[in-house]
Ligand binder design. Sequence first.
Ligand code: GLU
Length: 277
Amino acid sequence: MRQPVFRFAPSPNGRLHLGHAYSALLNERLAKESGGRLLLRIEDIDRERCTAENVARAMEDLRWLEIAFEEPVLHQSSRMPDYRDAVVQLMELGLLYVCTCSRKTLADHAALHPEAARDPEGQPLYTGTCRRIAHPFSKESILRLDLQRALQVVGARTGSLAWSEKGGTRPADPSRWGDVIIARKGIGTSYHLAVVVDDAWQDVTDVVRGEDLLEATAIHRLLQVLLGLPEPRYHHHALIRHGSGRKLAKSKGDESLADLRAGGMTATEIRATLGFA
Ligand code: GLU
C-alpha cells in the first residue's frame, strides 16, 4: 500500500479553538498509527478574513501544541494559478456560468418563497436565474456550476457517485446543493474547488475533518470526477461542541487556544482534555 498522506487544513479567519485542536490531533494520531505523512495546509483564499496576522497566530497555536507537520506548509493563497486552470477545465466542459445575482436579490427571493428547497446547510438553493443568461465573464465574476449538466457528465463517466467513509461506502447526492459557487466574487476560486485541487496536488490519501463538512463531500466527489482527480478516503469526526450543543465559534465568545494558554493551560493538558494524552 502507498504511504498514507493526511492533512489538517484550517481556514484561519479568527483564533483557533479546541475544535481545531481536536481535528489536528486526530490527524496526527491517525497518521502516526498508519505510518503516514502529516501535512498542514492553510486555507487562506479569502485574504480579507484570513489576514496575515490570523495565519501567523494559527501557526503559533499549532507550534505550541507541538504537532509535527511536515515542512513546507502550503498556503492556498500561493495556488491561485492552479485553481484558475481547474476553472478553465470546467468552463471548457461547458459547466460554469457567470452569476450576477446579488446577495440581497437572493435573500429577498428567499424571504418571498420560504417553502423553496434548501441545501444541507439550510441555505436556499440558487434560483437558476443566470443559468439562462450569457453574462460577460471577468476575473471578478461569480461562477456557478450547472449542476444538472455536471451530473450528466458524471453519469456518462462513472455512473453513480459515492465516497469511502471510515471504511464503508456512502452515496453522494450533490444535487442537494444546487448550482454551487465555484469561483467567489473577486477571489477566483471557492473552498470546494480549492480543496479538491489541493488534496490531489498534495497526494492526500486520507481526509480527516469535522462532520460539518460531511455533506459537502458530495460536491467534492463530483468535482473530483469532473476534473479527473483521484479519490481520497474520508473520515468525518464528531465536533467538539459547546455545552449547549452548538458548534464552537470564536464569534460566540468561546475560548480560543490562545485564551486557554493565557489562562495557564499547557499543551499537554489540551491533549489530555481532548483524549490524546
Ligand atoms: N478549511 C476548512 C475549514 O476550516 C476545512 C477544509 C477541509 O478539511 O476540507 O473549515
